[in-house]
Design a protein around this ligand. Structure first.
Ligand code: HEC
Length: 119
């Protein structure tokens, strides 16, 4: 009996944890996204997504959801993208990120865009 109660309590705690994660998953995801962005994208797109001398800003109206939906981000990461909007050269594919990790990166970029009044 006691063991059952402990199990139920653990399950409730787990479910509660997931529920909270879901409700504010955007923020938690965006936080992880920031770290992934720093590690994988910032070298070209800048630590805040503001661009560098070798890559464009992603916090830019060109990349708002209406122009570059989330799919465009997934494609850019998995396939790279040829230079077409700027003169920085081609973006090579970025290896080692799964789809969830790219979603988190997108969540963070969208957050930066919203903070900048874009999108
Ligand atoms: C080696 C430099 C480099 C790295 C690393 C890099 N990018 Fe890029 N990225 C570029 C360049 C250059 C362009 C602009 C191409 C153009 O002229 O439109 C670009 C364009 C993009 C675009 C627009 C694609 C489109 O359809 O026009 C997205 C989205 C993007 N990058 C996301 C990312 C993300 C997310 C990461 C990290 C996972 C990343 N990039 C890492 C150089 C880079």
């Amino acid at each position: 009996m006691r063991r059952t109660l402990t199990l139920v309590a653990a399950m409730v705690a787990l479910a509660g944890g997931c529920g909270t994660g879901g409700a504010d998953g955007g923020d938690a995801g965006a936080q992880r996204g920031e770290q992934l962005f720093t590690a994988n994208c910032a070298v070209c797109h800048g630590p805040e997504g503001q661009g560098t001398t070798v890559g464009p800003p992603l916090v830019h109206e060109i990349y708002e959801p209406g122009h570059h939906p989330d799919d465009a981000f997934h494609r850019a990461v998995s396939d790279g993208t040829p230079a077409h909007h700027w003169n920085f050269g081609d973006m090579p594919p970025v290896a080692g990120l799964d789809s969830d990790e790219v979603d988190d990166i997108i969540a963070w970029v969208r957050q930066q865009q919203r903070d900048a009044g874009i999108g």
